[in-house]
Design a protein around this ligand. Structure first.
Ligand code: NAI
Length: 740
């Protein structure tokens, strides 16, 4: 079955998200709601959404809109009809009645429900209709959340479910897991349970919200929002509704019931409008007094707010074993939470799925956990786990494991997909090197480098791994959310604080050397980015020979924001790309001026399609919807480039002072308009000097090394200034830019 035409009914948050993702995949989609006015507004919301639901504005043309009275005939054309209306069974039933009267034979009908069992949704359908009906549970925001759960019933035609799965995986790019019809399906059943355990244990053990979030966060391989931060993000009232639905759907003796009980403080927060970030605040709130914003945190015991201070646990690295073995209340909290999650998740096998592996993958895809509960168990070690755990009655999985004591119980990863992913390959590959910032794997006849730092920020060790891995064709790819957010600024500032600028210079030189090495090594280098590829991350990418980009990337050179200029070859590479245009052949100042604007304004693109007009990406760079396909596409490029030829070194001709003066005029205007302040001018001047070719004239040829040198010198002059250091410190502390 081919899906060429889709109707989405209900144009709220989820309907819009699903429709937008179909647009991204170039699938014509009709969005219907009660009135055309509602869908008109929905279409506008999709167009203007931030972060954007569309990978390119032009994709909006794939959408048609209408209302369920006048335009319902569109359903008869559709291969797939997705219902995403409000969570009310009477409304959903009415819609299904209409859909099954109009749809063409064999089309798939699915609901996006988050909590209503398929049994109830389909209770009024005929046996034949039930064959084509399932739940497709997308997560919000659809473009960015990888998980899609397809919930099947015993009536389904499995071949059809599989072809829908393939479509959702390959065309829509979702990590698609097929599961049984049980309350909350996979992701939410475990994810919400985990949040409730983390919360109730924090109350019980009298932890502050900052302490709990510091433990139930990065050290556990969980996003830094932790539990209370995540509660605020999702909405405290929405979470209460989710819990009510679990309480109603789950049997009384389910462990979930114990942690889902209403907490008086939470009830009070909802009643007083403290519903989280969308409300007056939540567990955290921003207090504005005298025009100053302060972050405050709630005291779980008395409900009062006071200034929130980030709690420092010592290390933010994921290290479950050390965390649970800590001899303090944080270790105790971590063990209590993790062991309860492992116990609960394993007690549900095989009820909610016979593949425990799918639970782990649902947690990765839907909650951005680095490891799911079973991988945590594997990391703790089977023996250690059973030495530490008190009881596990009525848990077949653990009873069994306690007998076999099989440390290798886990087996393969990512069983839900047939694609050859990084997650599947890693356990089979040989780890040939590892340092604090990256790991090198050898698989068949190529190498893989995976960065492993926070947001994959780059430092000396990251470069070392890249450089050491070029003795074979190389793929730079990672499982974490970000390809790389750029050079590690704390690492750089540590040297600057000590006045050790020599070490910074050494690092930047090594960065340049490594990037040059990537570009001109004997074997092809492929970068396969997903998420952030900013600053230094982009410099690695743009000096790789090939790029296989996920459609969800944020890419750009953003160094000027922190008072620096790109010095790992970013200026040079952008100049080269813009120098290859027809306009540049006629005008030596064309490329420098273009790049001055792009880097000067720190322009970013939020998809590979948006990246092309900036020349951050090239037309022949691959743009891939399915993240799971990045590795296989990269591999194919390597196979196709057995006779890879090292590219010729680039050379440049710029007008030096002539174009420099033009840039200075632009800076003066910005300064006079108060768009930039003193240091903005200084950074702009340094950038102008590099991009104009320095002390040169148009008849002189500059090499790549000349440009690397210009970048390095300008970078060093800037990092030594107090104002650049102020910018960096401010950004590190607040994640916001400082204008000075
Ligand atoms: P929403 O409240 O944002 O949008 C619902 C839309 O349905 C509205 O535009 C409304 O006008 C429309 N609608 C109501 N009655 C209708 C009818 N008879 N015919 C056509 N349209 C009608 O809701 P949201 O958040 O988009 O949720 C939709 C579904 O997705 C629900 O079943 C929800 O449980 C589920 N879901 C929601 C998630 C979320 O994060 N918001 C996540 C996953 C699933």
């Amino acid at each position: 079955m081919k899906i060429k035409n889709v109707v989405v009914i209900g144009s709220g948050t989820m309907g819009c998200g699903i429709a937008a993702q179909l647009c991204n995949a170039n699938i014509p989609v009709t969005l219907l709601d009660l009135t055309t006015e509602i869908t008109e507004k929905a279409k506008e919301r999709i167009f203007k959404s931030r972060p954007p639901l569309l990978i390119d504005k032009s994709k909006i043309d794939n959408i048609s809109i209408g209302n369920i009275n006048d335009n319902f005939d569109t359903v008869s054309q559709a291969d797939w009809i997705v219902e995403a209306v409000v969570e009310r069974i009477d409304i959903k039933h009415n819609i299904y009645e209409k859909i099954f009267k109009s749809r063409k034979n064999g089309s798939i009908v699915s609901s996006n429900t988050s909590s209503i069992p398929i049994k109830i949704l389909s209770e009024k359908l005929s046996e034949d209709e039930k064959k084509d009906f399932c739940i497709t549970h997308f997560f919000n925001p659809v473009r960015y959340m990888d998980l899609l759960e397809i919930v099947k019933s015993e009536n389904n035609d499995l071949e059809k479910i599989n072809s829908l799965k393939t479509f959702c995986e390959k065309d829509l790019g979702k990590g698609t897991i097929v599961c049984n019809d049980t309350p909350g399906f996979l992701g939410n059943r475990i994810g919400v349970f985990a949040m409730q355990v983390a919360m109730t244990e924090a109350f019980r053990m009298k932890l502050t919200i900052e302490e709990a979030d510091a433990v139930f966060g990065r050290p556990m391989g969980i996003p830094k929002t932790g539990v209370f931060g995540l509660y605020d993000l999702i909405g405290i009232d929405l979470m209460a509704d989710v819990l009510k639905s679990f309480i109603k759907e789950l049997p009384e003796n389910d462990e979930f019931q114990k942690v889902a009980k209403e907490i008086p403080l939470v009830k009070k927060l909802i009643e007083t409008g403290y519903t989280g970030r969308k409300g007056k605040g939540g567990f955290y709130r921003i207090n504005k007094t005298d025009n100053k914003k302060t972050l405050e945190g709630i005291n779980l015991e008395n409900g009062e707010y006071s200034i929130s201070k980030k709690f420092n646990l010592g290390s933010e690295r994921m290290d479950i074993v050390n965390l649970i073995n800590r001899d303090d209340k944080y270790g105790e909290y971590a063990w209590s939470v993790i062991s309860k999650i492992i116990k609960y998740a394993s007690s549900l096998v095989p009820g909610i799925t016979d593949k425990f592996n799918d639970i782990d993958e649902a947690m990765r895809l839907g909650f951005n956990w680095t490891k799911g509960p079973f991988e945590m168990l594997k990391e703790i070690g089977v023996k250690n786990f059973f030495d530490k755990i008190d009881s596990f009655e009525n848990n077949k999985f653990l009873e069994n494991l306690s007998k076999t004591k099989d440390e290798n119980f886990y087996g393969e990863r990512q069983l839900y997909t047939d694609l050859e992913t990084l997650g599947k390959i890693k356990p089979k590959a040989t780890k040939i090197d590892k340092n604090n910032s990256a790991e090198i794997y050898r698989f068949n006849d190529f190498n893989i480098v995976e960065f492993t730092t926070k947001a994959n920020a780059l430092d000396y060790d990251s470069m070392d791994s890249l450089k050491n891995a070029t003795d074979k064709p190389l793929i730079i790819i990672n499982e974490a959310m970000q390809f790389s957010a750029g050079v590690n600024l704390s690492y750089t500032m540590d040297f600057a604080d000590k006045g050790d600028f020599k070490s910074i210079e050494k690092f930047v030189k090594y960065f340049q050397e490594t990037c040059k090495h990537l570009k001109y090594s004997k074997y092809p280098v492929v970068s396969a980015p997903s998420g952030l590829a900013l600053g230094g991350g982009f410099e690695v990418l743009c000096q790789s020979n090939f790029v296989v980009s996920h459609t969800n990337i944020v890419v750009g050179l953003v160094e000027t924001i922190v008072g620096l200029i790109p010095a790992g070859g970013g200026c040079k590479e952008m100049l080269w790309r813009w120098s290859q245009t027809d306009e540049a052949r006629n005008d030596p100042d064309y490329a420098p001026l273009k790049v001055f604007e792009i880097i000067g304004y720190a322009k970013t693109a939020t998809s590979p399609i948006e990246a092309e007009p900036f020349k951050y990406l090239k037309p022949d760079d691959k743009k891939i919807m399915s993240r799971n396909s990045l590795l296989s596409v990269s591999k194919k490029i390597i196979e196709q480039n057995k006779d890879f030829k090292i590219p010729q070194e680039a050379s440049f001709q710029f007008s030096g002072k002539v174009v420099y003066e033009k840039m200075i005029k632009m800076l003066e205007k910005l300064y006079n308009d108060k768009t930039i302040l003193d240091h903005g001018v200084q950074v702009g001047k340094e950038l102008a000097y590099v991009l104009s070719g320095g002390d040169t004239t148009v008849d002189k040829k500059l090499s790549e090394d000349d440009l690397y040198k210009l970048e390095l010198d300008a970078f060093m002059r800037l990092i030594e200034t107090q104002k650049t250091q102020d910018r960096i410190k401010h950004t590190l502390a607040t994640s916001k830019p400082l204008v000075n």
